[in-house]
Write a protein that binds this ligand. Structure first.
Ligand code: UTP
Length: 289
């Protein structure tokens, strides 16, 4: 079954500079927890036991975060902060985490190609390290795995976006096979409003059969002179079954200023410790705007 996940986290994060000058954007906190920890938790809750992170220069903090921290653990024990001690220990025990370095930032497609050797000849999932997805039907990655079990082809998470915003996304062109599953005919990157075949956007969680690697290997650099994952998907769909899953829920892109702030406010409002106080303050503050 699907046991391996790849988390690309090597990008420069230019939309979030200067914070990302020396800190990885995947370590940006949502309240008190780095985005990438939520992403790993989603993978683990979906039955993934083996995670490969694609990292690059300046991303050491990610490795540190998932490593044991004996001195910190000792300090928490001495202070009798056992609740935090358990939380901290659990982070390093969630899954087998491996790292590989993308030495040049040649795009998401190139980052994924770095996972070829590790993944081998198995289906695997990809979770972007700077994006959260939440669904009322449980972890989105688990939902992709469930569709894969039925359809035996690659499955891409799709989010319904406002039609006037389709030009910001990659969208699917396909036919419905059930209420939530679409058989893909094509993948279109950033279509204009008039040309868009749908308003179902690729939403940062993917399950691929291993053939994706041979398509990535022959994909020429595209936009921004980077190897684009969508370009490889467009070739692959001609020969291999690919599906989209319209998940019920929401995507949170943390890698830009507005997305980061909105996500923190939304998660903050649901936080048992600070939620009520934040809500009170927010109402008062909004009244002054
Ligand atoms: P983004 O385009 O959102 O990330 O890529 P970026 O390039 O870091 O961000 P900006 O546009 O400069 O602000 C989506 C995901 O792909 C990874 C990123 O880390 C992110 O998780 N990525 C992107 C790589 O791992 N390598 C790359 O060469 C490019």
């Amino acid at each position: 079954m699907v046991k391996k996940a790849v988390i690309p986290a090597a990008g420069y994060g230019t939309r979030f500079l200067p914070a990302t000058k020396s800190s990885p954007k995947e370590m940006i906190p949502i309240i008190d927890t780095p985005v990438i920890q939520y992403v790993v938790e989603e993978a683990v809750e979906s039955g993934i036991t083996d995670i490969l992170m694609i990292i690059g220069k300046g991303k050491r903090a990610i490795e540190e975060h998932f490593d044991r921290s004996p001195i910190l653990e000792e300090t928490l024990e001495k202070k009798n902060n056992l609740e935090m001690l358990e939380k901290i220990k659990a982070i390093s025990e969630m899954a087998n985490i491996h790292f590989v370095w993308q030495k040049e930032m040649n795009g998401l497609g190139d980052a994924i190609l770095h996972a070829k050797h590790h993944v081998g000849n198995e289906p695997f999932v990809i979770l972007l390290g700077d994006t959260l997805v939440q669904s009322e039907n449980g972890p989105v990655t688990k939902q992709l795995i469930d569709v894969y079990k039925q359809q035996k082809g690659s499955v891409i998470a799709l989010e319904e976006v406002k039609p006037e915003l389709v030009s910001r996304y990659g969208v699917v062109d396909g036919d419905a096979v059930s209420e939530n599953v679409i058989r893909a005919k094509n993948w279109i990157e950033k279509p204009s409003f008039e040309e868009a075949p749908s308003n179902l956007a690729v939403a940062s969680r993917y399950l691929f059969t291993p053939e994706i690697f041979s398509y990535l290997e022959t994909t020429e650099p595209g936009k921004n002179n980077e190897i684009q994952l969508t370009d490889a998907m467009r070739e692959m769909v001609k020969n291999h079954p690919m599906f989209g899953l319209k998940f019920k829920g929401k995507r949170y892109d943390i890698g830009n200023k507005l997305g980061f702030l909105k996500t923190n406010i939304e998660f903050g409002l649901n936080d048992p410790e600070i939620g009520d106080e934040l809500k009170g303050w927010l109402k008062e503050f909004a009244g002054e705007l």
